[in-house]
Design a protein. Sequence first.
Length: 226
Amino acid sequence: MEALAKIPQHVTFIMDGNGRWAQQRGLERSRGHVEGVESVRAILEASLEWGIKYVSFFAFSEENWGRPEAEVNTLMSLMFRAMLDELDTLKRYGVHFVVLGNRSRLDEALNEMIDRVDAETADGKAMTMIVFVSYSGKWDIEQASRRMAAEGGESIEPYLSTSGIPDPDLLVRTSGEKRISNFMLWQTAYTEFVFVDTLWPDFRKVEYRLALEEYASRDRRFGKVK
Ligand code: IPE
Ligand code: IPE
Ligand code: MG
Protein backbone atom coordinates (compact mmCIF):
# COMPACT_ATOMS: atom_id res chain seq x y z
CA MET A 1 0.00 0.00 0.00
CA GLU A 2 1.21 3.50 -0.79
CA ALA A 3 2.61 5.57 2.03
CA LEU A 4 0.37 8.35 3.31
CA ALA A 5 1.40 11.69 1.84
CA LYS A 6 0.98 13.74 5.00
CA ILE A 7 0.83 12.38 8.53
CA PRO A 8 -0.96 14.62 11.04
CA GLN A 9 0.61 15.09 14.43
CA HIS A 10 -2.70 14.96 16.30
CA VAL A 11 -5.89 13.24 15.16
CA THR A 12 -9.03 13.54 17.25
CA PHE A 13 -12.25 11.55 17.00
CA ILE A 14 -15.83 12.34 17.92
CA MET A 15 -16.90 8.74 18.27
CA ASP A 16 -20.57 8.86 17.37
CA GLY A 17 -23.21 6.35 16.32
CA ASN A 18 -22.82 3.50 18.80
CA GLY A 19 -26.50 3.59 19.72
CA ARG A 20 -27.68 3.59 16.12
CA TRP A 21 -25.29 0.74 15.29
CA ALA A 22 -26.92 -1.36 18.01
CA GLN A 23 -30.48 -0.29 17.18
CA GLN A 24 -29.99 -1.28 13.52
CA ARG A 25 -29.22 -4.79 14.75
CA GLY A 26 -32.04 -4.94 17.27
CA LEU A 27 -29.55 -4.84 20.14
CA GLU A 28 -29.31 -2.79 23.32
CA ARG A 29 -27.47 0.52 22.92
CA SER A 30 -24.82 -0.77 25.32
CA ARG A 31 -23.78 -3.40 22.76
CA GLY A 32 -22.87 -0.55 20.45
CA HIS A 33 -20.65 0.96 23.14
CA VAL A 34 -18.94 -2.41 23.67
CA GLU A 35 -18.25 -2.72 19.94
CA GLY A 36 -17.07 0.89 19.92
CA VAL A 37 -14.24 -0.02 22.27
CA GLU A 38 -12.97 -2.42 19.57
CA SER A 39 -12.83 0.49 17.15
CA VAL A 40 -10.73 2.46 19.65
CA ARG A 41 -8.28 -0.46 19.77
CA ALA A 42 -8.10 -0.65 15.97
CA ILE A 43 -7.55 3.10 15.62
CA LEU A 44 -4.86 3.08 18.31
CA GLU A 45 -2.95 0.28 16.57
CA ALA A 46 -3.19 1.88 13.13
CA SER A 47 -2.06 5.22 14.57
CA LEU A 48 1.02 3.58 16.07
CA GLU A 49 1.78 1.90 12.76
CA TRP A 50 1.52 5.22 10.89
CA GLY A 51 3.58 7.16 13.42
CA ILE A 52 0.87 9.52 14.65
CA LYS A 53 2.06 11.02 17.92
CA TYR A 54 -1.23 12.17 19.48
CA VAL A 55 -4.58 10.44 19.14
CA SER A 56 -7.60 11.58 21.11
CA PHE A 57 -11.15 10.36 21.56
CA PHE A 58 -14.27 12.16 22.76
CA ALA A 59 -15.77 9.42 24.91
CA PHE A 60 -18.26 11.22 27.15
CA SER A 61 -19.41 14.84 27.06
CA GLU A 62 -20.70 16.98 29.91
CA GLU A 63 -24.07 16.83 28.16
CA ASN A 64 -23.94 13.02 28.15
CA TRP A 65 -24.54 13.14 31.94
CA GLY A 66 -28.15 13.83 30.92
CA ARG A 67 -28.58 10.33 29.44
CA PRO A 68 -30.47 7.62 31.36
CA GLU A 69 -28.58 6.54 34.47
CA ALA A 70 -28.22 2.95 33.23
CA GLU A 71 -26.46 4.09 30.05
CA VAL A 72 -24.17 6.45 31.98
CA ASN A 73 -23.25 3.59 34.30
CA THR A 74 -22.57 1.26 31.36
CA LEU A 75 -20.27 3.82 29.76
CA MET A 76 -18.40 4.46 33.01
CA SER A 77 -17.88 0.77 33.74
CA LEU A 78 -16.80 0.11 30.14
CA MET A 79 -14.13 2.79 30.49
CA PHE A 80 -12.98 1.36 33.81
CA ARG A 81 -12.80 -2.15 32.35
CA ALA A 82 -10.98 -1.07 29.17
CA MET A 83 -8.32 0.75 31.20
CA LEU A 84 -7.78 -2.27 33.43
CA ASP A 85 -7.65 -4.68 30.48
CA GLU A 86 -5.40 -2.55 28.28
CA LEU A 87 -2.89 -1.23 30.81
CA ASP A 88 -0.24 -3.83 29.96
CA THR A 89 -0.74 -3.38 26.23
CA LEU A 90 -0.41 0.39 26.53
CA LYS A 91 2.86 -0.06 28.41
CA ARG A 92 4.15 -2.54 25.83
CA TYR A 93 3.29 -0.16 22.98
CA GLY A 94 4.84 2.84 24.77
CA VAL A 95 1.57 4.79 24.84
CA HIS A 96 1.06 7.46 27.49
CA PHE A 97 -2.62 7.38 28.42
CA VAL A 98 -4.27 10.58 29.62
CA VAL A 99 -7.86 11.46 30.56
CA LEU A 100 -9.05 15.07 30.30
CA GLY A 101 -12.33 16.53 31.50
CA ASN A 102 -14.19 17.54 34.62
CA ARG A 103 -12.85 14.79 36.88
CA SER A 104 -14.85 15.99 39.90
CA ARG A 105 -17.95 14.36 38.41
CA LEU A 106 -16.34 10.90 38.12
CA ASP A 107 -16.51 8.36 40.91
CA GLU A 108 -13.53 7.57 43.12
CA ALA A 109 -12.73 4.15 41.67
CA LEU A 110 -12.63 5.51 38.13
CA ASN A 111 -10.53 8.49 39.19
CA GLU A 112 -8.06 6.16 40.89
CA MET A 113 -7.87 3.98 37.80
CA ILE A 114 -7.24 7.01 35.59
CA ASP A 115 -4.40 8.19 37.85
CA ARG A 116 -2.92 4.70 37.93
CA VAL A 117 -2.93 4.21 34.15
CA ASP A 118 -1.57 7.73 33.59
CA ALA A 119 1.26 7.21 36.10
CA GLU A 120 2.16 3.71 34.91
CA THR A 121 2.28 4.75 31.24
CA ALA A 122 3.86 8.19 31.77
CA ASP A 123 7.22 7.20 30.27
CA GLY A 124 5.58 5.98 27.03
CA LYS A 125 7.38 7.64 24.12
CA ALA A 126 5.63 6.22 21.07
CA MET A 127 2.37 8.12 21.43
CA THR A 128 0.02 10.02 23.71
CA MET A 129 -3.56 8.77 23.78
CA ILE A 130 -6.07 11.19 25.24
CA VAL A 131 -9.60 10.25 26.25
CA PHE A 132 -12.00 13.11 26.92
CA VAL A 133 -14.40 12.16 29.68
CA SER A 134 -16.96 14.51 31.25
CA TYR A 135 -15.45 17.08 28.92
CA SER A 136 -16.87 20.08 27.16
CA GLY A 137 -15.18 22.84 25.27
CA LYS A 138 -17.05 25.55 27.19
CA TRP A 139 -16.10 23.93 30.50
CA ASP A 140 -12.46 23.91 29.44
CA ILE A 141 -12.46 27.60 28.47
CA GLU A 142 -14.28 28.52 31.70
CA GLN A 143 -11.97 26.60 34.01
CA ALA A 144 -8.96 28.01 32.18
CA SER A 145 -10.30 31.58 32.42
CA ARG A 146 -10.91 31.22 36.14
CA ARG A 147 -7.39 29.98 36.80
CA MET A 148 -5.86 32.57 34.52
CA ALA A 149 -7.68 35.36 36.36
CA ALA A 150 -6.69 33.96 39.77
CA GLU A 151 -3.02 33.83 38.78
CA GLY A 152 -3.03 37.02 36.73
CA GLY A 153 -1.98 35.13 33.61
CA GLU A 154 -2.12 36.80 30.22
CA SER A 155 -2.73 33.94 27.83
CA ILE A 156 -5.38 31.25 28.15
CA GLU A 157 -3.40 28.47 26.45
CA PRO A 158 -1.35 27.29 29.43
CA TYR A 159 -4.53 26.92 31.50
CA LEU A 160 -6.54 24.79 29.07
CA SER A 161 -6.74 21.13 30.07
CA THR A 162 -4.96 20.32 26.79
CA SER A 163 -1.94 22.50 27.56
CA GLY A 164 1.22 20.84 26.23
CA ILE A 165 -0.73 18.84 23.64
CA PRO A 166 -0.58 20.20 20.09
CA ASP A 167 -3.92 21.36 18.66
CA PRO A 168 -5.60 18.70 16.52
CA ASP A 169 -4.64 18.76 12.85
CA LEU A 170 -7.57 16.54 11.92
CA LEU A 171 -10.95 15.95 13.55
CA VAL A 172 -13.01 12.98 12.38
CA ARG A 173 -16.66 12.67 13.35
CA THR A 174 -18.51 9.49 12.52
CA SER A 175 -22.24 8.75 12.06
CA GLY A 176 -23.12 11.51 9.62
CA GLU A 177 -23.60 14.29 12.19
CA LYS A 178 -21.87 17.48 11.17
CA ARG A 179 -21.41 19.39 14.39
CA ILE A 180 -18.82 19.95 17.10
CA SER A 181 -21.16 19.10 20.05
CA ASN A 182 -19.19 21.21 22.53
CA PHE A 183 -15.92 19.37 21.98
CA MET A 184 -12.56 21.22 21.83
CA LEU A 185 -13.80 24.69 20.86
CA TRP A 186 -10.60 26.66 21.33
CA GLN A 187 -8.21 24.01 20.11
CA THR A 188 -9.96 23.31 16.79
CA ALA A 189 -9.52 26.87 15.48
CA TYR A 190 -7.49 25.61 12.51
CA THR A 191 -8.30 21.91 12.55
CA GLU A 192 -9.35 20.14 9.35
CA PHE A 193 -12.76 18.44 9.68
CA VAL A 194 -13.72 15.14 8.09
CA PHE A 195 -17.29 13.92 8.54
CA VAL A 196 -18.07 10.34 7.62
CA ASP A 197 -21.38 8.46 7.57
CA THR A 198 -19.85 5.29 9.03
CA LEU A 199 -21.07 4.55 12.55
CA TRP A 200 -18.27 4.44 15.14
CA PRO A 201 -18.36 0.64 15.74
CA ASP A 202 -17.77 0.16 11.98
CA PHE A 203 -14.96 2.71 11.82
CA ARG A 204 -11.75 0.74 11.55
CA LYS A 205 -8.38 0.90 9.79
CA VAL A 206 -9.74 1.09 6.22
CA GLU A 207 -12.08 3.99 7.06
CA TYR A 208 -9.31 5.70 9.04
CA ARG A 209 -6.95 5.51 6.10
CA LEU A 210 -9.53 7.14 3.85
CA ALA A 211 -9.91 9.99 6.34
CA LEU A 212 -6.13 10.47 6.37
CA GLU A 213 -6.06 10.52 2.58
CA GLU A 214 -8.75 13.20 2.63
CA TYR A 215 -6.64 15.15 5.14
CA ALA A 216 -3.56 14.81 2.92
CA SER A 217 -5.49 16.39 0.03
CA ARG A 218 -6.39 19.51 2.03
CA ASP A 219 -4.51 22.75 1.59
CA ARG A 220 -3.92 24.30 5.01
CA ARG A 221 -3.30 28.00 4.71
CA PHE A 222 -3.80 29.27 8.26
CA GLY A 223 -5.12 32.56 6.93
CA LYS A 224 -2.05 33.24 4.87
CA VAL A 225 -1.42 33.43 1.13
CA LYS A 226 0.52 30.64 -0.49
C1 IPE B 1 -21.35 7.72 20.82
O1 IPE B 1 -22.46 7.03 20.39
C2 IPE B 1 -20.99 7.43 22.28
C3 IPE B 1 -21.28 8.54 23.19
C4 IPE B 1 -21.70 9.72 22.86
C5 IPE B 1 -21.07 8.29 24.60
P1 IPE B 1 -23.94 7.47 20.79
O2 IPE B 1 -24.30 6.79 22.05
O3 IPE B 1 -24.08 8.93 20.77
O4 IPE B 1 -24.75 6.81 19.59
P2 IPE B 1 -25.96 7.46 18.79
O5 IPE B 1 -25.50 8.81 18.32
O6 IPE B 1 -27.10 7.54 19.73
O7 IPE B 1 -26.18 6.52 17.65
C1 IPE C 1 -20.88 13.72 21.01
O1 IPE C 1 -21.85 12.76 20.69
C2 IPE C 1 -20.20 13.35 22.29
C3 IPE C 1 -19.34 12.17 22.24
C4 IPE C 1 -19.01 11.50 21.15
C5 IPE C 1 -18.79 11.78 23.49
P1 IPE C 1 -23.39 12.98 21.09
O2 IPE C 1 -24.12 11.84 20.51
O3 IPE C 1 -23.50 13.18 22.55
O4 IPE C 1 -23.71 14.35 20.36
P2 IPE C 1 -25.08 14.97 19.82
O5 IPE C 1 -26.07 14.88 20.93
O6 IPE C 1 -25.48 14.16 18.63
O7 IPE C 1 -24.71 16.37 19.44
MG1 MG D 1 -24.58 10.31 19.36
